[in-house]
Design a protein around this ligand. Structure first.
Ligand code: SAH
Ligand code: SF4
Length: 352
């Protein structure tokens, strides 16, 4: 027994967005509706992203009322939005239970990239990450992950061309929901985004990288490396201590063999911590001869953090040295620096 929003006890209503096609079919059959209604409802939910049954104008008023009586329709509420001078928009979105997450829309000519969250908070505790410092509230459902992308699409009123799961949370600690969201984003009945344009970023949960390598779709994988020195990585990323760099190296080799796809290593340069000559040497050794691409990231300032970003010159040094051993590396320019685009920062500001 649960308490519903009216304060009475009773069976909590199921959310339509959490229902499988089979369950929706059963519901429609129960309501005496023909099978084609399933497709109509799905279109309203997954393609048109409506927030109420009343917007489903090709259904009769009676059916809309019946649906509203039986099920809820999820929906996110925009708590805050910040617009950057570079055009990116960052949102704080709240789900019906009050839990809020961040997502970002980054437009470039003819393209719209979305960065979405997979969990509210994160349990991995990375030392440089605002989300890590706050701990985990809960994992998101696949519908909640998907809804963030649709919210951004609707706000920009344009097609989303790529999605990265680099907001809050560790996608591979919420594997099934993450994969469900990826499939819905990929599906022609959903957002219709090509699998290669859908990227999962993980701090390196090895058993799940293995699972991911065996999925049939060509999704893209990014691994947050941040140091190829075990001791440094352990102190920066305590949540993945138990998966050693050696195991990660082997797993990534297996990933490349299995998928033939090029993975990315994320490396945020932190002054005096992972940007020394010794660290650079280890990074070169870790990447040399692999298919991996290295993304050198400018560390976002987290208020109260002891970590400081390296100089732009140091980032150039890293790219050049990596190139000299045949490893492709690029500097990812930080977007929305003026709008707290670092993961976790908007939520921190609004959290009570
Ligand atoms: N949990 C996943 C995905 C979310 S974090 C992961 O860790 O990969 C997305 C990216 O932001 C990761 O590469 C993470 O290491 C990076 N990140 C976290 N805090 C950062 C900061 N303060 N500055 C720059 N990048 C940061
Ligand atoms: Fe979690 Fe990723 Fe932040 Fe680490 S960097 S605490 S894994 S969100």
């Amino acid at each position: 027994m649960q308490t519903d929003s009216t304060g009475t006890t009773g069976e909590a209503k199921r959310d339509l967005r959490t229902m499988t096609r089979g369950e929706l079919r059963d519901l429609m059959a129960e309501l005496g509706q023909p099978a084609f209604r399933v497709k109509q409802v799905e279109e309203w939910v997954w393609d048109k992203n409506v927030s109420s049954f009343d917007q489903m104008t090709n259904l009769s008023k009676a059916l809309r009322a019946q649906l509203a009586e039986r099920v809820t329709l999820g929906g996110v509420e925009e708590v805050a939005k910040q617009v950057s001078t570079d055009g990116s928009r960052k949102y704080l979105l709240r789900f019906p239970d009050g839990v809020a997450v961040e997502c970002v829309g980054m437009p470039t000519k003819n393209r719209l990239a979305v960065c979405a969250s997979t969990q509210a908070g994160c349990a991995m505790g990375c030392a440089f990450c605002a989300t890590g410092a706050a701990g985990i509230t809960r994992s998101l459902s696949s519908a909640e992950i998907y809804e963030q992308v649709m919210h951004v699409r609707d706000d920009f009123a344009t097609r989303v061309t790529s999605v990265v799961f680099m907001g809050q949370g560790e996608p591979f600690m919420n594997y099934d929901a993450t994969l469900g969201a990826l499939r819905r984003l990929n599906s022609p009945d959903g957002a219709g985004i090509g699998a290669r344009h859908l990227t999962v970023s993980t701090c390196g949960v090895i058993p799940m990288i293995k699972r991911f390598a065996n999925e049939p779709e060509q999704f893209t994988l990014a691994v947050s490396l941040h140091s190829a020195v075990q001791k440094t990585r352990d102190s920066l990323m305590p949540g993945v201590k138990k998966y050693s760099l050696l195991n990660l190296y082997d797993m990534m080799g297996e990933y490349v063999n299995k998928t033939g796809r090029r993975p990315t290593y994320e490396y945020a340069l932190i002054q005096g911590v992972n940007d020394t000559d010794n660290e650079l040497q280890y990074l070169c050794d870790f990447c040399r001869g692999t298919l991996a691409h290295v993304n050198i990231i400018q560390l976002n300032d987290v208020p109260g953090s002891k970590f400081k970003p390296s100089t732009p010159q140091r980032a150039q040094d890293f790219v050049q040295r990596l190139a000299s051993v045949g490893v492709e590396a690029t500097i990812r320019n930080s977007r929305g620096a003026d709008i707290d685009a670092a993961c976790g920062q908007l939520r921190q500001r609004y959290a009570k």
